[in-house]
Design a binder for this molecule. Sequence first.
Ligand code: KE4
Length: 448
Amino acid sequence: MAQGRLKRGHSQKLFERAQRALVGGVNSPVRAFQAVGGFPMFMERGKGAVLWDADGNSYVDFCLSWGPLILGHAHPRVLQKAVEALRKGSSFGTCHEREVLLAEEIARSIPSMQQVRLVSSGTEAAMGALRLARGYTRRSKILKFIGGYHGSVDSLLVQAGSGAMTLGRSDSAGVPEQWAQGTLSAPYNDAEAVHRIFKERGDQIAAVIVEPVAANMGVVVPQKGFLETLRQITQEYGALLIFDEVVTGFRFCAGGVQSLFGIQPDLTCLGKIVGGGFPLAAFGGRREIMGHLAPEGPVYQAGTLSGNPVAAAAGLETLRLLKTQKSYGRLSSLTESLCRELGRIAESCEVPVRINRTASMWTLFFAEDPVTDYSSAQRSDVQRYAAFFRKMLEEGIYLPPSQFEACFLSVRHGTREIEKTLEAARFAFSSLRRAPTRRREEIKPVGV
Ligand code: KE4
């Protein structure tokens, strides 16, 4: 399908080629543009807030590689540290100083993470944290939230968000029934449902895993008392509380969402920003729990590239720059004014939207009612989102290719990028003004 007036030839040819060698032409489903139509752009380089594709088109980037690039693309200091490390070797498979420095920096920033295990992806971090929680509590069940996404972990691909939600199949084939049965789920923000589940099966639950601010249904913020309830009820029943801060860690502030709410989870998962755009993630918690992990304890977890020296160098420099630059306040207020203006433009074009924002992450839902959980997110008009996405793309604005993802700002987004985005939004929303709306539930499956 041709995509408007922008040159797309190289991307189109590359995508046709990619589809022969890579399943769906991608290495992660949500990149395939299935939710927004057309074919994906093949990005060639990024600098600051801007991406350039294979045809030379430039885009203000609000996806930022799904969150890691809070300092923008190709930050000179991050690259310099990574290259310095690389010149000494790409991987040793041994202990090295930089992994210790990064682990110490994480522990200083997030005191609940007294000890840390570095891994290569958020999926590994979630998988490791769950196995540790089961080994520590000697229980098997895990409670997650509908629309929560914690990576492609077998047992958590149950009513999952992100790409699973985007593709409309929130449970994955290939996960044995008995593994899925080990996962209980409740609606996000539904403290009552959590109480009911613990009342029935609390003594079997090893852990509750939650995105303390959800990003994988689109951004959904915790309602008053929700996180506090999870902390109280897990303590009452002897289950562990796991904060999946893969997206939120170092996004809002150095201490994560847990520092904003004053809640100490038992385990925390980190990813994305902590690796500075390199493959590095982490999980950690109190020594008393982490000590159950091999080689000290019986819970096995390992990885060839875990704590990779190049990734650790990039992650360490990223955290150090965030600490010295003190950019969180500016990031948050710039995002607030962007979202306020986007809402005003949508209203002036009589297009109903709901914008959920926390600090520098946000989602613009094509929804008339508040979005507070998976089912209200599901009621968004995904066709309209797709049309909006394509119009914004035409105007040089790159949003996540799915309604059920988060947008992010980097420290390199400035007035010029914001003005270009608002100009594009005026065009996109006015073109939507005429388009008929179709609420999600009105879209009947074929043959009904
Ligand atoms: P990775 O394995 O993709 O590094 O991290 C998994 C993960 C864990 N926890 C949370 C809260 C996450 O959001 C993620 C991954 N995020 C998605 C985007 N929502 C990654 C994009 C993709 O799957 O391609």
